[in-house]
Ligand binder design. Structure first.
Ligand code: PMT
Length: 421
């Protein structure tokens, strides 16, 4: 059903990416009304916004007074998306200020609100911003991102606005969840994964050495979260097993937080019963310290250097693959540093066979690839070692490419089951 959606744009450089949000919502058949702040119009022009949204764009509080525009836009909205949401805009929202058309629109509306913060890392980390974001979350506002990555200057870190497709997927999932009666959990009623239960692992496990140190890896959780969001946007009920995420939680998923590989195994065992799909995107430590010190390991205990004894962690994906799992599609990942494309594929094929995964997603990782990056480049290997698909692009588009294969595999399995009845 087409929705009446307000897209608020506030004054940051990421305003140019808001055009992509508006465009995606319009192409999905929704009626989009853009409310930019004066600051936003310094970064993106009103004619662009009118052309892309196919609606007039208003920004002045004192125009259209006869039609009571300052409240009419908000009252009619089914959904408000604010992208980018600057630190200033977040502070104003938290304080309930109504000194411009966007502020009035938000206060006059009962629609769910989704914000996509964008600012420099220091501004995002500032205690004032974090308190404002916590206030908004407590009021039910959904916060998408910010992503970690290159910012406007030479610096990089958390603060970059999420990609338009991720914002749109999260925003529409919020409306679907509300329609279903549970803002946090219920799956959208439609989509090619409607009625399916998908479990995704994301992030990197941490194996403690003592109360202050751990052995970990550089997984940010971006790829796993993109997979959870893609499955959710396509109608699945999603359980996300989240290991030390460095990015914001996805909307509408049942999130189980873990830290170590053993905790991830326990959470997965509890979640996997009845799942149609398990996607193992988490980077799981193969080893953990044999002993965990109850107090901080001191330098004077280890003048001659420090030798750590490590023990093997269970291979969780291999355990799932070895156990009977009829009706559950197992999707593993292979993170490899191999630079030769053929050898990379061979490593992936060997890993799929060893772990008995139904599908295996091979990605090359390195100092600047795979881990923590915004983009990814994957080959999906199926049973019989065939290449099923290759996808390159944002982690969100890679996630949708993987979900396309999942949907096709589930369809094939259902057809097979039907034909044997
Ligand atoms: O989180 P990002 O910053 O976005 O980075 C994404 C990613 C690079 C982490 C992701 O795309 C990825 O490759 N995830 C898998 C990382 C990994 O652990 O790969 P592996 O080749 O070591 O393990 C192979 C498979 O076995 C994986 O599905 C892994 O979840 C699983 N495994 C590994 C070890 C272990 N003890 N138990 C497991 O189940």
């Amino acid at each position: 059903m087409p929705l009446n959606i307000v897209v608020g744009i506030t004054g940051g450089i990421a305003a140019y990416k808001a055009v992509g949000v508006v465009r995606a919502l319009v192409l999905a058949g929704h009626d989009v009304h853009v409310v930019p702040t004066e600051g936003a119009l310094r970064f993106v022009g009103k004619p662009t916004l009118e052309a892309i949204s196919r609606n007039p764009v208003h920004t002045d509080l004192y125009e259209g007074v006869a039609e009571v525009r300052h409240v009419a836009i908000g009252q009619a909205a089914d959904l408000i998306v604010i992208a980018p949401a600057t630190a200033n805009a977040i502070a104003k929202l938290a304080a309930g200020l109504a000194d411009d058309l966007l502020g009035n629109t938000v206060l006059a509306s009962e629609a769910p609100i989704v914000i996509a913060p964008a600012m420099h890392t220091e501004m995002w980390a500032n205690a004032a911003t974090q308190a404002n974001v916590a206030t908004l979350r407590a009021r039910g506002v959904t916060v998408v991102g910010p992503a970690v990555g290159q910012l406007t200057g030479a610096d990089s870190g958390p603060g970059r606005m999420e990609e338009p497709e991720a914002i749109v997927a999260a925003a529409l999932a919020v409306v679907d969840a509300r329609v279903a009666g549970d803002p946090g959990r219920d799956a959208p009623a439609t989509g090619d994964l409607a009625g399916r239960r998908v479990v995704v692992t994301a992030g990197g496990t941490r194996e403690p050495l003592d109360p202050v140190r751990f052995l970990g890896n550089r997984s940010s959780g971006k790829q796993g979260i993109a997979l959870a969001e893609a499955a959710r946007a396509r109608g699945a009920e999603v359980t996300l097993i989240a290991a030390n995420l460095e990015v914001a939680d996805p909307a509408g998923c049942d999130i189980r937080r873990v830290s170590t590989a053993l905790e991830l195994r326990d959470a997965l065992r509890a979640a996997v019963a009845g799942a149609d799909v398990v996607v193992m995107a988490a980077a799981v430590a193969d080893y953990r310290p044999a002993a965990v010190s109850e107090s901080k390991i001191k330098k004077d205990q280890s003048d001659a250097g420090l030798t750590l004894e490590l023990v093997r962690n269970p291979d969780i994906l291999a355990e799932l693959g070895a156990a009977p799992h009829d009706g559950t599609l197992l999707v593993g990942f292979a993170a490899e540093t191999e630079s030769d494309a053929d050898r990379l594929l061979e490593l992936g094929r060997a890993k799929r066979r060893a772990k008995r995964a139904d599908l295996l997603v091979v990605n090359r990782v390195g100092w600047h690839a795979g881990f923590a990056a915004d983009d990814n480049d994957v080959v999906v290997i199926g049973r019989d070692d065939r290449i099923v698909t290759e996808v390159r692009g944002t982690k969100s588009s890679v996630a949708h490419g993987i979900m396309d294969v999942v949907v096709s595999e589930l369809g094939t399995a259902a057809d097979g089951a039907a034909s044997t009845r």
